[in-house]
Design a binder for this molecule. Sequence first.
Ligand code: ADP
Ligand code: MG
Length: 244
Amino acid sequence: MTALLEIAGLGKRFGGFTALQDIDLEVQEGERLGLIGPNGSGKSTLVNCICGTLRHDMGQVRFGGKALDRLTAHERTRSGLARSFQLPRPFTTLSLAENLRIPILYAVNARGGQALTGTEIEARCLDLLAEVGLAEKADRLPRDLTQIEMRKLELARAMAAQPKLLFADEVMAGLSHTEVDEIIALLFRLNRQGVTVIMIEHIMRAVMELSQRLVVLVAGRKIADGAPKDVVRNAEVVRAYLGE
Ligand code: ADP
Ligand code: MG
């Protein structure tokens, strides 16, 4: 079976600094993958290179059997990749519903699908907001949201394009125990709907609960890839985390 995402020999440099080196990674459709590593190990850079926010300098990225290397970030979104940003970037002067209308319209347009009526767009916005538990706030502005509501909006915006694969980049940071549980449940639900989920997360409880497989980056290299219970016992991983 061909993997949904196939990364081979990926490398990225910032000037003389090697941020990613020789990364090989395959992700199957429907998987929930955890991507962990110390701060600065290259996790967000990897997401940026896959989604096209950054251009990698070495290796290949294939998605759904198609090479992404020459595609722009928008074209990659169109082919089914979505990501949340570590720092949410909503349109601050637009209501939550309007914040979703834009990516919904964009997705429909990009796929060359039939134009939606105003009512249909409205319904999709509300469905998405309901999905993340923000239906009652449809008319509010992003500045009225709490931290967890902002994360939910960011996830809803990523889901607006109906992606096949979602990168959730530290969407739980700074949340309370019960709020983390809410986001875990939300990611499980999206995954059950068929979305492949790659989560970058420092909260190990969430990582262990959600991940079927765990990949560890240290200083731009992949040092482990396997069953979570094995990976967290891996001597090299333990060393990297204890900073020996
Ligand atoms: P992580 O997400 O694992 O914390 P990042 O991928 O954000 O790490 O960063 C990996 C390394 O690359 C860090 O040392 C960071 O300072 C560096 N880096 C990231 N983005 C840039 C950039 N645009 N220009 C220069 N250096 C960068
Ligand atoms: Mg990061």
